[in-house]
Design a protein around this ligand. Structure first.
Ligand SMILES: [Zn+2]
Length: 457
């Protein structure tokens, strides 16, 4: 009887939220803050943003609400509040990785204001993780995930391709990831099945498919600007030159006058691009010995991971076929392509590809934004690629991508105006995910813990 009674008390306490948890259920107001709403290029000065149950419920002028039992007040003075960023080419370690590493990588994204990760190589555990993140069992960005890769090894016939599409739809993945090596017949079967089922497919463009077929087949996004260089050179160039990593050796032979045409075709096809520029730069041009000094954030990852990247970059750059001039031409050409895509109205999404070759999750998004700006986008336009554009891409414009009433409370509070300088996105004063506030102190403390965990001797 006594046990039963205690159990009832425990249930009542749980229903009340238990001791000390009242704060979690209080509304939060970020007060005296400047807002970058991202609906258009503007700053709303001196506002108060009220958050309840993970949503922005009301925005009023500063000082509208007072701290009391119902409200936790966050001082936003001199700060700039904007929507959290999406990393549209993210990798999340899978079940074979140590749990601690998985959690650390999720936190690294969040610590840099990334509140949405599009996972580009899914597995069954990521479906659990997607729910676990929503339910607060994990601390990290929201996850939208592909299924396991469809590639030349995983798909050996058109029927196998169709079956894999159906299985992944059934399993509940958000989209399909296409990798190199797929034959044309397999790809066509996959694209047809996916389009019939309303399942998006994205990623690489296999060689047998090519950019024109990819545009026609209805890729949701092409990642890495894959296969575009081939649209820019004459056929005879393809016959005599080994194109190399992402076709970089074709770059010196590219015809600039073809950029506008392929950009227009991309726009007309409604295909989005996730350039992942920093990946190309890092692998082909960055000095692997200097990289750890140039990217000090690599201290937040295990030494083996960084060393394996250094090995890859060393092998690439010391190969007898390595052509540094072509690599430089390639990186420059891709900037021109981004500019042409943007100028013609083809859609761009922010994605760096992390963790991958010197790209540390979260931190790499800042390098990617700098390259997008160097390609000719204004800071506001760069921010669009990581906020309102992903929201439109996922057809979730009513849920995230802006600071407005009714939107998810996925936010980043900055020390200075990012529209003036994108580097103001670094080192935020706080990040909010699903209404949960993580201040700079907590971010700093957790980053120090992560650094200690992977400390080099
Ligand atoms: Zn990737």
């Amino acid at each position: 009887m006594r046990t039963f009674f205690l159990a009832i008390i425990a249930l009542i306490l749980m229903a009340l939220g238990g001791p000390g948890s009242a704060a979690e259920h209080r509304d939060i107001v970020i007060d005296q803050v400047h807002i970058i709403p991202m609906d258009e290029e503007r700053v709303l000065r001196d506002r108060a943003v009220r958050i309840s149950d993970g949503q922005i419920i009301e925005i009023r002028s500063a000082g509208h609400w007072q701290a009391d039992d119902g409200i936790q007040l966050i001082d936003g003075r001199n700060g700039y509040l904007m929507p959290g960023l999406a990393e549209m080419h993210a990798h999340v370690p899978g079940e074979q990785a140590p749990m601690q590493l998985r959690e650390d990588i999720l936190f690294l994204y969040l610590s840099n204001g990334v509140t949405l990760a599009r996972g580009m190589l899914g597995e069954p555990w990521h479906l659990e993780l997607r729910e676990g993140l929503e339910e607060g069992q994990f601390l990290g960005p929201r996850l939208i995930t592909s299924g396991p890769s469809l590639n030349g090894n995983s798909v050996d016939s058109p029927e196998a391709g169709r079956e894999m599409v159906r299985d992944q739809v059934e399993a509940g993945y958000d989209f399909l990831k296409i990798h190199p090596g797929l034959g044309r017949a397999e790809f066509d079967a996959i694209a047809e099945e996916a389009n019939e089922l309303g399942m998006a497919f994205a990623g690489h463009v296999p060689e047998d498919v090519g950019i024109y077929r990819a545009l026609e087949a209805g890729y949701a996004s092409i990642d890495h600007l894959d296969r575009y260089p081939r649209a820019l050179v004459d056929d005879e160039v393809l016959e005599r030159i080994d194109p190399g990593f992402f076709d970089y050796r074709l770059a010196p032979h590219a015809k600039a006058e073809r950029l506008a045409e392929i950009a227009e075709q991309t726009r007309d096809a409604g295909v989005w691009n996730v350039p992942t520029e920093t990946l190309m730069h890092n692998l082909l041009l960055m000095d692997p010995e200097e990289a750890p000094r140039q990217r000090p954030e690599m201290r937040y990852l295990p030494a083996e991971m960084v060393e394996s990247w250094q090995d890859w970059a060393r092998r690439t750059q010391s190969d007898e076929d390595y052509d540094r001039d072509a690599a430089e031409a390639f990186v420059a050409l891709r900037k021109d392509l981004i500019k042409a895509l943007h100028a013609t109205g083809a859609e761009l999404l922010l994605g760096s590809d992390a963790p991958q070759v010197f790209n540390v999750p979260g931190f790499s998004i800042h390098h990617e934004m700098a390259i997008m700006e160097a390609a000719g986008l204004s800071p506001f336009e760069v921010l669009q690629t990581g906020t309102v554009n992903p929201a439109r891409y996922f057809d979730m414009g009513d849920h995230f991508g802006q600071v407005a009433e009714g939107m998810n409370a996925d936010l980043v509070l900055l020390r200075a105006n990012p529209l003036k300088d994108l580097s103001n996105l670094r080192d935020p004063r706080g990040v909010m995910i699903r209404g949960q506030w993580i201040d700079a102190e907590q971010i700093g403390a957790t980053l120090r813990e992560i650094e200690d965990r992977y400390a080099r001797d």
